[in-house]
Design a protein around this ligand. Structure first.
Ligand code: ZN
Length: 252
């Protein structure tokens, strides 16, 4: 099908908000934003700036080519990651960062089997109260990188006595296959100064340290323990090396 040409006005508006931020053998990563995003946070309206990024197999700074291909690429079939930024993120001396792994059941349905939904909202609140920071929402991290369908399978195993780590291993996955590389790259585009990471997960700390990003510290994030997620949280500490509780969603 013949693709419609973009109107020059549309192109000039979009060109101001899109940038090629990374190139590699696989192609380029394109970042769009900021977009003003008022959010309902515990009943209060808080305004974040939202950015989204996308991997494409072509590398170009002719963004017309990128934009024109979007409608034929069936992007809704694939999740994209994004980041919510708050306050003077570029220049403020200390900023709070949260790398949040997507959790369909916890974030969207409010599942009590894990603490993801609580952590998502709580870290947004911490960032707001701190004055500046960013929440990265990582779309390819479902169930610690095993995907939603496999996570459902892992839940079936968990209902039959397997813990979260055993369930993943028995499905042929490594315990944790999450990758933070692209998110850290986006972070570096948005901020050069040191950051404090909201996490209890030493792997996330390591990933950030190894990237060369200046890390000024770590802020733990706990809470929302219930009878439904008690075992899940214990497993995180006992089996996954978590500093206390928390983190990501081991199909959790
Ligand atoms: Zn979860």
């Amino acid at each position: 099908m013949e693709q419609a040409k973009l109107e020059s006005k549309v192109l000039s508006i979009l060109e101001d908000k899109i940038q090629l931020i990374k190139t590699s053998e696989e192609g380029g990563i394109y970042l769009v934003g900021p977009i003003r995003l008022p959010v309902n946070l515990y009943g209060e309206t808080v305004v974040f700036r939202w950015y989204c990024w996308l991997q494409r197999d072509i590398i170009t700074d002719d963004y017309e080519e990128i934009i024109e291909k979007l409608s034929s690429d069936n992007l809704a079939e694939y999740q994209q990651s994004s980041v919510l930024v708050y306050g003077d993120f570029e220049y403020n001396e200390d900023a709070l960062i949260r790398m949040h792994s997507i959790c369909h059941t916890g974030d969207i349905f409010g599942s009590k089997r894990c603490d993801c939904g609580f952590q998502l909202k709580q870290s947004m609140k911490m960032i707001k109260e701190h004055g500046t920071g960013a929440l990265f929402y990582l779309a390819n991290h479902e169930g610690r990188g095993i995907g939603l369908f496999s996570k459902a399978m892992a839940y079936v195993l968990q209902e039959n006595g397997y813990d979260t780590v055993e369930a993943n291993l028995n499905l042929g996955f490594v315990d944790d296959s999450r990758n933070y590389e692209d998110a850290i790259h986006v972070l570096k585009v948005l901020r050069k100064k040191p950051v404090t990471l909201i996490t209890n997960n030493p792997k996330k700390l390591e990933a950030l340290k190894n990237s060369g990003m200046h890390l000024s510290g770590r802020t733990p994030l706990w809470g929302d323990v219930s009878e439904f997620n008690e075992n899940y949280l214990k497993t995180k500490v006992a089996r996954s090396g978590h500093l206390q509780e928390e983190e990501g969603c081991p199909n959790g």
